[in-house]
Ligand binder design. Structure first.
Ligand code: SF4
Length: 349
C-alpha cells in the first residue's frame, strides 16, 4: 500500500522532510498481533541515515543515527513529538502509533562509514526516538547498524528505555572490544503508578534497571540518565532517594539527572495529561514553566545537587569491567510521597 497522503504532502510543502524519502518506496503495514495492535508502520527507503546535529543545539554530540521516527513507548512528555509534525503527522497519538521505519538504515550506514569523506566521528543513537522501541523487535535494524559500527571500529553511544537492547549483547561486546561504546538507560523514577500513566508503552523501570545490571555483569559499562525528573510528581526527596538507590543497586556507572522540559508539541500533550490525571497541578506547572520549555535554573540546580549527593552516598561511579557494583547501604524506610508539593516548592510557586 502506498503512503499516498504523505507523498502528496511532501510535494506541496517545503516544511516537510522530503529529503528523507524516495516517495515510490513508502509502504504502509499493520500487524495483527497484540504487541503491534493499533500501530501503523510506514516503511521507507531513506536517502541518508547519518544526520548532523545543528550547530546551535545543546547536544554534546555532532552525528546521530535514528532508524525510526515516532515511538510506541508513548512517553507523554517526549520532546521528539514535534518532529512528527514535520511529516504532517499528529504529535499526540499519531507520534505513538504512526511509526516511520527506515528499512535500509544498516546498508546506508555501512556505505557512509566506508566513504573516504567519513572520519570516524562518534555517532549517537536514541537521541531523537528510541531505537529499541517495540518496532525493533520486528524490523531488527539495530544488529546491522551495530555490526557496521563494529566492522569500522566507529565509536558510538546508545540511549534507550528498551529491554530489547539485550538481544544485541554479543554484538555490543564485540563492538566494545574494538571501539568506544557508551550505553545509557533512561530511568527517571521508580514510582510504578506514575510509570503506568506517563510512560505507558515502556518496560517498567525495574526491567530497565535489569538491563543496566546485565550489561555491567557482562563488562559493558552503563550509565543511567535519570530523566525526566517530573516536578511535583517524582521530585520528593524520598522519591529521588528511592530512584538513586535502585540505580546504584543496578551497578550503573553514573547517574545524570535531567529535569522535565516541555517544548512545543510535548507541552500541549503533557498538559492535557496533567489535566486528566493531576488537575490540581496545572496552575503550578504554568508558573514553573512560565518562561518557556525549561524549569527555572534554581529548580534544576536543586535537583542536580540532591541527586549528586545521593549518588555520592550510594557510591555510584565508574566500576572495573566485569565487576559490577553491589551496594551495601541498607534500604531506608520510605515515607510516602506527599500528594502536594513540598514546602520549598510551595513557597516559590
Ligand atoms: S522512549 Fe524516548 S523517544 Fe520514545 S516516547 Fe519515550 S522519551 Fe520519546
Amino acid at each position: 500500500m502506498r503512503w499516498e497522503n504523505l507523498t502528496a504532502d511532501l510535494a506541496g510543502s517545503p516544511a516537510r522532510d522530503a529529503a528523507l524519502f524516495d516517495a515510490d518506496a513508502v509502504t504502509t503495514r499493520t500487524f495483527d498481533t497484540p504487541e503491534f495492535r493499533g500501530i501503523t508502520f510506514h516503511e521507507i527507503q531513506a536517502r541518508s541515515i547519518v544526520n548532523r546535529v545543528p550547530g546551535a543545539s545543546r547536544m554534546p554530540f555532532e552525528w546521530t543515527v535514528n532508524p525510526y521516527r515516532g515511538c510506541s513507548h508513548a512517553c507523554v512528555y517526549c520532546f521528539a513529538r514535534k518532529t512528527h509534525s514535520y511529516l504532517d503527522l499528529d504529535t499526540g497519538l499519531g507520534f505513538d502509533s504512526q511509526i516511520v521505519v527506515k528499512v535500509n538504515a544498516p546498508e546506508l550506514l555501512r556505505r557512509r562509514l566506508a566513504s573516504p569523506r567519513w572520519h570516524g566521528e562518534h555517532i549517537a543513537m536514541g537521541t531523537n526516538v528510541d531505537c529499541y522501541q517495540r518496532a525493533e523487535g520486528r524490523y531488527g535494524l539495530m544488529p546491522g547498524i551495530i555490526a557496521a559500527l563494529r566492522d569500522h571500529a566507529n565509536p558510538f553511544s546508545i540511549l534507550t528505555k528498551g529491554t530489547l537492547i539485550l538481544r544485541d549483547l554479543d554484538l555490543l561486546k564485540q563492538a566494545s572490544e574494538v571501539t568506544d561504546v557508551g550505553i545509557s538507560v533512561s530511568v527517571g523514577f521508580t514510582d510504578g503508578e506514575l510509570w503506568r500513566t506517563v510512560e505507558p508503552g515502556t518496560p517498567a523501570p525495574e526491567r530497565r534497571l535489569d538491563v543496566v545490571r546485565t550489561l555491567t555483569d557482562h563488562g559493558i559499562g552503563c550509565g543511567v540518565l535519570m530523566a525526566p525528573v517530573i516536578p511535583f510528581l517524582s521530585d520528593h526527596p524520598a522519591q529521588l532517594r528511592a530512584t538513586v538507590r535502585a540505580v546504584a543497586a543496578s551497578g550503573a556507572t553514573s547517574v545524570t539527572p535531567l529535569v522535565l522540559h516541555l517544548r512545543p508539541g510535548a507541552r500541549e500533550w503533557f498538559t492535557a495529561w496533567l489535566e486528566r490525571h493531576h488537575p490540581h497541578l496545572v496552575r503550578r506547572y504554568e508558573r514553573l514553566y512560565a518562561e518557556g520549555a525549561y524549569a527555572p535554573k534554581w529548580y534544576q540546580r536543586r535537583i542536580t545537587r540532591q541527586v549528586h549527593e545521593l549518588a555520592q552516598e550510594y557510591g555510584i561511579g565508574p566500576v572495573r569491567a566485569g565487576m559490577p557494583r553491589r551496594i551495601t547501604v541498607p534500604e531506608p524506610t520510605l515515607a510516602p510521597a506527599p500528594a502536594a508539593p513540598g514546602p520549598t516548592q510551595l513557597t516559590l510557586l
